[in-house]
Design a protein around this ligand. Structure first.
Ligand code: S3P
Length: 177
């Protein structure tokens, strides 16, 4: 089974993904890392040399490749924050994985991102404060996160360890059905 984690930048997808894959003793595939390896360029380099559209195309191809390699055990996929905005990606995540949305409020995201957004091109474009940019992107994305995921886990006020435990509970419950 593929388990995917979606949600806004800074919600802890990679960190929670690592904890969940360790607990399940299964593979973790980080979509951003997969893209960087495939392209031989960092994410900021891909955005600056080829643009967002080219990045989204690479992201879609990469997700398709990851999902076509169905091994014997489970695989946890930590998606990128904008992956769901490509309809084909949202469809793959919804239909081919147990998709879990790590839902964070704006304050949590600002706190998690304020010292860590230098390598995130989507937060550097445009005018205004970091908070305004997060709000703007969240307005475009929130409904898509909600409609793509089978399960939503609220992360506000929780440690990544606590979030990973909630994700594990959800995975166990789904696998028992
Ligand atoms: C993006 C999120 C990033 C990365 C790229 C675009 C986005 O992933 O895929 O910078 O559009 O939200 P993280 O959510 O892991 O930071």
């Amino acid at each position: 089974m593929f388990i995917s984690l979606i949600g806004f930048m800074g919600c802890g997808k990679s960190c929670v993904g690592k904890k969940v894959s360790d607990a399940l003793g299964c593979t973790l595939t980080d979509l951003d890392s997969y893209i960087v390896e495939k392209a031989g360029k960092s994410i900021p380099e891909i955005f600056s040399s080829c643009g967002e559209q080219a990045f989204r195309l690479l992201e879609k191809e990469s997700l398709g490749e990851i999902l076509s390699k169905s091994g014997s055990g489970d695989t946890v996929i930590s998606a990128g924050g904008g992956t769901v905005m490509t309809p084909a990606c949202a469809r793959m995540l919804k239909e081919d994985t147990l998709c879990i949305y790590l839902k964070a409020g704006i304050e949590t995201l600002v706190r998690n991102l304020e010292n860590d957004y230098g390598s995130r091109p989507m937060l550097k474009t445009g005018q205004g404060t970091l908070k305004e940019r997060i709000e703007e992107l969240m307005r475009q994305r929130e409904a898509v996160y909600e409609s793509t995921a089978a399960i939503t886990v609220n992360i506000d006020g929780k440690t990544f360890g606590e979030v990973a435990d909630l994700v594990m509970d959800a995975v166990r419950e789904k696998s028992l059905r």
